[in-house]
Design a protein around this ligand. Structure first.
Ligand code: ADP
Length: 482
């Protein structure tokens, strides 16, 4: 590992303010580009998870008493440390996740932006005063931190998904138990090293590695934990919701998507192709807001497909550390097999595949593919692809495409390309999605609320809405005020 600061790669969990190294319980993390060992993470025992929960509970009393300004100062220092160590953090991310180094650097800046933004918001947990209905009363509503919160994060954005949850919780005055994805624990642990250096008090953050189901159940069953924020598959989100019912926890669930990308005849085709490329192929197609279904109107279909193929031909698949790589490996071989299955099923059902780029042998690579003649009934239109495959369906009318776009149980992101703004305004209301890009393919930012509807989950991340997810309002009524 070429790290300037080797101390950032910690083969240890962070439990109750102390580093807990691997003993004889290490689980290996490997690089998806070549299978090489990155390091080992401890598989914590239930008793250690419970100890972390208790320490988060014990730390809450003092952390909530810090002023917003004091919490902001810690988050600011943390953000600065993340940026100062961006090269090392990106290197660790590429090793365990596979994404190209330039993309990993971009994610580190995005991760730091949540620390900065929510640090600033820490000072603004405003409440209300309400005019009293009876004489002699005074009514106020204050915002208070929820208490101990748990965060469960996925492997596709190993750093940004961590700070998107942990920063608002800490800014609000909550304490946090983080369970990172088993494929990418070292990015989360490196962030934790920097949190400690930034002066985050003991017990405010624990990072727990180990068996997902056991840790998830411990979170759900604990009476001390008030909220779980989860990003991952819809199936796991549903099981967490069922298990959290026993203690009536608050939940934020950011689950799967099936994003439509609609291109009307009147679209600016170059802008549509640029947006399509950015949204579809970022992170090798492994984001929950990646386009899953392209709907292209008949009149522009062939021009759009030709230009998209030309744009895809510029992509370079390979090791994330290699100069010029724009598409890294998929997270593992099972992911490759899943994408292969969806593409083969589509071809069997009549779709046409164009492979315009080669993928190297070995590693879990998948060659970017443009698939035309895709029908809404095909499995590839119904399931999240999570790979670099553009599945394109032709349509004729606006009504038809709205119906097709909404014909899914998911509702996270949707994209529309049209130069007719009346149509743009009309369709943004019709689409049953939590995030809409109109003539825009990159919609993620710390300043706006990210979150879905339907089976894509609920709860918002980022922006002032994101802070509110970690605050409760308390109504106080004073009587007998002369
Ligand atoms: P993906 O298919 O993208 O890996 P998962 O939903 O399986 O999505 O994983 C997202 C996160 O949820 C990871 O941190 C994973 O370890 C965790 N996870 C998986 N199964 C469970 C479970 N039963 N309870 C709690 N967390 C889980």
């Amino acid at each position: 590992m070429k790290l300037k600061d080797p101390g950032l790669l910690r083969e240890a969990a962070f439990v109750a303010g102390a580093w807990r190294p691997v003993r004889n319980d290490g689980a290996t993390v490997s690089n998806p580009a070549n299978g090489e060992r990155v390091g080992e993470q401890p598989m914590l025992a239930l008793a250690e998870v419970e100890q972390a929960i208790e320490s988060a509970h014990a730390a809450f009393g003092a952390w909530r008493e810090h002023t917003g300004k004091e919490r902001a100062a810690v988050l600011r220092r943390w953000a600065d440390l993340v940026m100062a160590n961006a090269d090392d953090l990106a290197w660790i991310m590429t090793a365990e996740q596979g994404k190209p180094l330039a993309e990993a650097r971009g994610e580190i800046a995005y991760a730091a932006s949540f620390l900065e933004w929510f640090g600033e918001e820490a000072k603004r947990g405003y409440g209300h005063t309400i005019p009293e209905p009876r004489r002699g009363q005074r009514i106020k509503v204050i915002k208070e931190p929820l208490g101990v919160c748990a965060a469960i994060t996925p492997w596709n954005f190993p750093s940004a998904m961590v700070t998107r949850k942990v920063a608002p919780a800490i800014a609000a005055g909550c304490t946090v138990l983080l369970k990172p994805a088993p494929q990418t624990p070292f990015s989360a642990l490196a962030l934790c090293v920097l949190a400690e250096r930034a002066g985050l008090p003991q017990g405010v953050l624990s990072v727990l590695t180990g068996e997902a189901r056991m840790i998830g159940e411990a979170f759900c069953e604990s009476h001390l934990i008030r909220k779980i924020s989860f990003t991952g598959s819809t199936a796991v989100g549903k099981s967490l919701m069922a298990n959290a019912a026993g203690t009536l926890k608050k939940l934020s669930l950011e689950l799967g998507g099936n994003a439509p990308f609609i291109v009307f005849d009147d679209a600016d085709v170059e802008a549509a192709v640029a947006g399509a490329k950015a949204s579809k192929f970022r992170n090798a197609g492994q984001t929950c807001v990646c386009v899953n279904r392209f709907f292209v109107q008949r009149g522009i279909h062939d021009a759009f497909v030709a230009r998209l193929k030309a744009a895809v031909a510029d992509l370079r698949v390979g090791d994330g550390y290699a100069e010029g790589t724009t598409i890294g490996p998929l997270v593992n071989h099972a992911a490759v097999e899943k994408v292969e299955r969806l593409v083969m099923q589509a071809i069997d059902a009549g779709a046409t595949a164009d492979l315009v780029v080669r993928a190297p042998a070995g590693g879990s690579f998948y060659a970017p593919t443009v698939l035309t003649g895709v029908q809404p009934s095909m499995q590839i239109s119904r399931e999240e692809i999570f790979g670099p495959v553009a599945a394109i369906t032709r349509f004729d009318t606006e009504d038809e495409v709205i119906r097709l776009a909404n014909a899914t149980r998911y509702g996270l992101a949707a994209y529309v390309y049209t130069q007719n703004m009346r149509r743009g305004h009309r369709i943004e209301r019709e689409l049953e999605y939590g995030i809409i890009g109109v003539n825009e393919g990159l919609i993620s930012t710390e300043v706006a609320p990210f979150g879905g509807v339907k089976e894509s989950g609920f709860g918002k991340e980022g922006s002032f809405y994101g802070l509110d997810e970690y605050l409760d309002s308390k109504y106080i009524c004073h009587g007998g005020v002369a």
